[in-house]
Design a protein around this ligand. Structure first.
Ligand code: SAH
Length: 457
């Protein structure tokens, strides 16, 4: 049978055995080699499913009845797990989640990276895989005159109100509850996507776990926030630990959350947090890892792989607020950090100063533009660290790495598929992937972080 020809029909009921999980947490079952993706199915389970959609090469089904359950299946802890979609793996025990992520990394390294026999370590997980996130960001809507905020119901833009989120640190739950209540009380209207009217679009809460400091960001359509003075006064009084209240204005009709303009309404421009012994200033628009406990584990691994003696020049590409840069700077001769968000580089400079670290230099720009320029100016790295967003490294950056020939590359990745793609390119350019260590930064979700260590051969 041709692989494009589905051996089943829409609305058929069929019996399947799940073989795998997709990168977004769906169960995979095959019928004569034709893959069906079925939400909620777990590897090893036998079940009856209904065929709901057939495409060329793959289809979708709905789980009807499980005949034989996986020994890793558990009851989801969260009452809104099914509607929310923020977590994809609460029906899988934590042990099962770690195994699934390890397999995901192994599979893409083989399938996409064509890397056989690379050593992939078991995932470094959390002792308590709940209540770990330091940042919450929710869309705001209205119900019976009051404000609601939570998440979009799957495949829709209807907002479901949320009182608590079991992967958030409790402080963020409190901030979101209070901000909804206070803004609602003072007559702030929620932004309405259909009419492009109303004010409050999103609320973001960020919590410095080590310092207890809280930042509240109100993302509004308008410059004006009705009753601003009273709202600020009440937020600062009612939420212990609030150090910064910030407004971001986004007048556009768009799905993008943040607009261009950010202004401090009350308190500081930044909050502080520590990773290990290093203190970090974090502003509203800067990237900061969301799982502070595991961030330390991740950076320690990156540092171990970098194996610095104190004589090296190091480049930290996609450096954010300079977190990895400053970790490395303690052991290197000189660190150069590059990052595209100007506010993050401002934070990075502040952070170097804050910690009395003087052997780092930061530059704003695209890694794929700045690093080739550095190379032309004669700046070369002995060790190069990259930590790109999900889409991975730009080809121009990979080309420059291959020309620059740093002895070591440490690749921190939040997307195993693009990691595997980029490792293949670096391998073809003369590098050898020594080993890969996945770190679970996002328990209960399918998101998977990994650090790879490459040596020039
Ligand atoms: N290493 C940092 C940040 C990693 S997240 C940390 O661990 O905290 C990835 C970062 O890459 C983000 O800060 C994002 O703003 C930045 N970024 C995205 N595209 C970029 C590009 N083309 N060049 C440089 N930085 C980029």
């Amino acid at each position: 049978m041709s692989k494009f020809q589905a051996p089943i029909k829409k609305n058929d009921y069929i019996d399947v055995t799940f073989e795998d999980l997709t990168h977004d947490g769906n169960g995979v079952a095959k019928v004569d080699g034709y893959p069906l993706f079925i939400p909620n199915g777990l590897p090893g389970e036998k079940a009856k499913v209904k065929v709901v959609k057939l495409n060329k090469g793959y289809g979708f089904g709905r789980l009807i009845e499980i005949y034989e359950e996986s020994k890793f299946r558990v009851e989801p802890e969260c009452s809104i797990y099914k509607e929310c979609g923020g977590c994809q793996l609460q029906h899988l025990s934590y042990e099962g989640q770690l195994k699934a992520k390890e397999k995901q990394v192994r599979d893409v390294l083989e399938r996409i990276g064509k890397l056989e026999n690379v050593r992939v370590h078991p995932v470094l997980g959390m002792d308590d895989p709940w209540r770990y996130r330091n940042k919450a960001q929710v869309p705001i809507g209205e119900r019976e005159g009051g404000l609601i905020g939570g998440f979009y119901q799957q495949r829709s833009h209807d907002i479901i109100d949320m009182d608590e989120c079991l992967i958030q640190l409790e402080q963020n739950d409190l901030v979101l509850r209070k901000v909804k209540e206070i803004c609602g009380k003072y007559g702030v209207r929620a932004y309405n996507e259909q009419t492009n009217k109303g004010t409050l679009r999103h609320v973001m809460a960020r919590y410095g776990k080590k310092t207890g400091e809280i930042m509240v960001v109100l993302i509004t359509r308008t410059q004006d926030l009705p009753n601003q003075k009273k709202i600020i006064e009440e937020i600062s009084r009612e939420i212990p630990g609030v150090k910064s209240i910030v407004q971001n204005v986004n007048p556009k009709r768009t799905n993008v959350i943040f607009g261009e303009q950010t202004k401090v309404l009350w308190g500081e421009e930044v909050i502080y947090d520590y990773i290990g012994d290093i203190k970090f200033a974090i502003s509203a628009r800067s990237f900061y890892q969301v799982n502070p406990e595991q961030t330390k584990v991740l950076y320690d691994k990156a540092l171990e792989y970098a194996d610095l003696s104190g004589n090296e020049n190091v480049i930290d590409a996609y450096c954010g607020i300079g977190t990895i840069s400053l970790f490395l700077a303690q052991k290197a001769k000189k660190v150069y950090g590059v990052e595209i968000v100007p506010e993050a580089i401002e934070d990075g400079k502040k952070n170097a100063e804050l910690n009395g670290i003087s052997n780092v230099e930061f530059e704003v720009g695209e890694a794929e533009t700045v690093i080739p320029n550095w190379y032309k100016q004669g700046i070369k790295a002995d060790v190069l660290v990259v930590d790109p967003p999900r889409k991975g490294c730009d080809q121009a950056l990979l080309d420059t790495i291959i020309k620059m020939k740093p002895k070591k590359v440490v690749y921190v990745s939040c997307n195993p598929a693009t990691l595997a793609r980029d490792l293949r390119i670096l391998e073809d350019g003369g590098y050898k992937t020594v080993e890969v260590q996945p770190v679970d930064m996002f328990p209960q979700t399918m998101h998977c972080e990994a650090v790879a260590w490459l040596e020039l051969v």
